[in-house]
Design a protein around this ligand. Structure first.
Ligand SMILES: C[S@@+](CC[C@H](N)C(=O)[O-])C[C@H]1O[C@@H](n2cnc3c(N)ncnc32)[C@H](O)[C@@H]1O
Length: 174
């Protein structure tokens, strides 16, 4: 498969997952978090699918398309390794939807560079929150969730945050 085909498939999977995740978030109270603003495409898509909803966006170097720039009060600038714990200290596990799009496209590199990420995401997610991610997030409190049928295996990942006191597959109480 050419890199162009692969890129197009990734975007199609991303749109399908975001539509699916947003539909499940309508009517649920809680924060919506976008990790990785980039060009702002997925942020723009989420805010269109969740009109009127405040979406907090995390980015170390905000350079989005001007039409996709979040309002300053919802943009958390800095390295997420530092801004996510600070946000969790302030807001607790209050997110009902977290979209993680920080991947570099090289899973081996992401696994090392972002080793801290799954724990920070788990700390921000409310019980039964949905987490959708471009990279795998390995954490006992994040239970893999089946994706929509049109999303090829391994293209995107979804997790359900387990509730307090539930036992993970490895037997840990989370
Ligand atoms: C793949 S891009 C996001 C694409 C975006 N969702 C879109 O649709 O345009 C990943 C973004 O995550 C940001 N990023 C990666 N690691 C980060 C970190 N540790 N802290 C803050 N931002 C980070 C990068 O600067 C980049 O803008």
């Amino acid at each position: 498969m050419s890199r162009l085909d692969s890129f197009i498939r990734r975007l199609e999977a991303q749109r399908s997952v975001l539509d699916w995740a947003a539909a499940q978030t309508v009517g649920r109270d809680g924060l919506v978090l976008e990790l990785g603003l980039g060009n702002g495409r997925t942020y723009d898509h989420l805010r269109e699918r969740l009109p009127g909803r405040a979406i907090h966006v995390f980015e170390r170097d905000p350079k989005a398309h001007p039409q996709s720039m979040p309002p300053a009060r919802l943009l958390v600038i800095g390295d997420m390794a530092e801004t996510l714990p600070a946000f969790a200290a302030q807001h607790g596990a209050s997110a009902v939807l977290i979209h993680v799009d920080v991947t570099t496209g090289v899973p081996e590199r992401d696994a090392v560079a972002l080793s801290w990420l799954p724990a920070e995401v788990a700390a921000l997610a409310a019980p039964t929150a949905l987490v959708v991610s471009g990279c795998a997030l390995d954490h006992p409190a994040l239970r893999p969730e089946p994706l929509p049928d049109d999303v090829p295996e391994g293209r995107y990942f979804a997790y359900r945050r387990m509730g307090a006191g539930e036992r993970s597959e490895t037997g840990e109480i989370v």
